[in-house]
Design a protein around this ligand. Structure first.
Ligand code: MLT
Ligand code: MN
Ligand code: ZN
Length: 307
C-alpha cells in the first residue's frame, strides 16, 4: 500500500495565519530551517486499487488534491477519492468535506458521534445534500473491522478498524453536549490482500494499554505529534490551554509519547499533526534530534511511505 501525506500540520497549519511565534516567523522569513506544512490529511491506496482512501479531510483539501497526481480526475467528472475516513470531528479534520461539494457522491466512514457533530444543526451541511445520496455515511464501531468500499460498493482494497482513544468533543461542540467516548478514534488500516497494517493515530489524549496494543506490530505508525511539551502554548504567551486540555499527549518528557511508546514494535514510526509551535518542526532542533535518535520520523507534506 502507498501512504501519501497530503498535510502534516495540526489545526492552523504551519505557518498559521495569525501566528508570529518564532517558528512561524522563521519559516516565513527563511531564518529557521523548517518547511511549511498544511493541515493533516493523508491518502492511502492499496496496491493495484483504482481509488484512494482519505484519512481526514482538511480545510486545504483542494490544494492537497492538486498536489498529488494520484488524486486527479481521470475523466470529465471523476475523482479517485473512493472514501473518506474521519478520526474525529475537529474542523481541521472535516471542514474540507464542505469543499468537496461540486455534486460528487462521497462516502464517509466515521463514528456516530462524529457524524452527528458534523451534520446536526449545521445549515452548511445542506451543500452536501444537493441530491439524494450525495454523502453516504458508513458508521464505524470500535473493535469491528470494516471493509472500505466506494459509493458503488467496489472494494478499495483496504479495511479499517477504529480504536477508541482518550479525546474530546470538537471545540465548537464543547459547550453544547457532553463528551462521547466515540469523539476520537485511531484506525488500524489493513491492506486486505497483503495484510500490511497502517496504525493511524493522529489525535491521542493519552497512551493507554489499548493504544499501545493497537500500534504494536504495525508496518507503520502515524502518531499525534501536536506538542513537544504540555505547556507549549502558555510558555510562548499563546493562550492558556495545555496539551491535555486539547487531548493531545505531548511527545517529550517522561509522560510523553516518545517514552511511553518506546517498547512498541512497528516498522516505521512517524509523528504527524504538528502544531506550529512544536520545536520538532525545526530540522536542526535538539527535539528533532531526540526523536530521530529514538527511531521516529516527522511527517512532511508530500512524504510517501510504501508498505
Ligand atoms: C485539535 O487538534 O486540538 C484541534 O484541531 C484544535 C482546534 O480545532 O482548534
Ligand atoms: Mn487538530
Ligand atoms: Zn506559530
Amino acid at each position: 500500500m502507498l501512504v501519501r501525506v497530503l498535510g502534516s500540520a495540526a489545526g492552523g497549519g504551519f505557518p498559521q495565519w495569525n501566528c508570529g511565534c518564532p517558528n512561524c516567523r522563521g519559516v516565513r522569513d527563511g531564518t529557521q530551517r523548517a518547511t511549511a506544512r498544511s493541515q493533516e490529511c493523508v491518502a492511502v491506496g492499496a496496491d493495484g486499487a483504482a481509488s484512494f482512501v482519505l484519512l481526514n479531510c482538511s480545510p486545504e483539501i483542494r490544494a492537497q488534491v492538486e498536489s498529488f497526481p494520484g488524486l486527479h480526475p481521470r475523466g470529465p467528472r471523476h475523482s479517485p477519492i473512493g472514501a473518506i475516513v474521519l478520526t474525529n470531528g475537529d474542523l481541521d479534520h472535516c471542514l474540507g468535506l464542505l469543499s468537496l461539494r461540486e455534486s460528487h457522491p462521497l462516502v464517509v466512514y466515521a463514528t456516530e458521534s462524529v457524524r452527528r457533530g458534523f451534520t446536526q444543526d449545521n445549515v452548511l451541511y445542506r451543500t452536501l445534500e444537493r441530491f439524494p445520496g450525495q454523502v453516504t455515511w458508513r458508521l464505524v464501531k470500535a473493535g469491528r473491522e470494516e471493509e472500505i468500499v466506494d459509493v458503488d460498493g467496489r472494494p478499495t482494497g483496504l479495511a479499517a478498524e477504529p480504536v477508541i482513544v482518550p479525546g474530546k468533543a470538537p471545540v465548537h461542540l464543547e459547550r453544547s453536549r457532553p463528551p462521547d467516548p466515540e469523539d476520537s478514534v485511531g484506525f488500524r488500516i489493513r491492506e486486505t490482500r497483503s495484510g500490511r497494517l497502517l496504525a493511524y493515530f493522529s489525535g491521542v489524549g493519552a497512551v493507554t494499554a489499548d493504544v499501545r496494543q493497537a500500534l504494536s506490530g504495525a508496518d507503520a505508525v502515524f502518531f499525534d505529534g501536536t506538542f513537544w511539551s504540555p505547556d507549549e502554548l502558555p510558555a510562548q504567551g499563546l493562550g492558556t490551554k495545555r496539551a491535555e486540555d486539547m487531548a493531545h499527549v505531548p511527545v517529550g518528557g517522561a509522560a510523553g509519547s516518545l517514552a511511553q511508546l518506546a517498547g512498541v514494535s512497528a516498522g516505521r514510526r512517524i509523528y504527524i499533526h504538528l502544531n506550529n509551535t512544536n520545536p520538532m518542526l525545526r530540522d536542526d532542533s535538539r527535539e528533532r534530534a531526540t526523536v530521530a535518535a529514538a527511531g521516529w520520523e516527522v511527517a512532511w507534506d508530500g512524504m510517501e511511505v510504501r508498505l
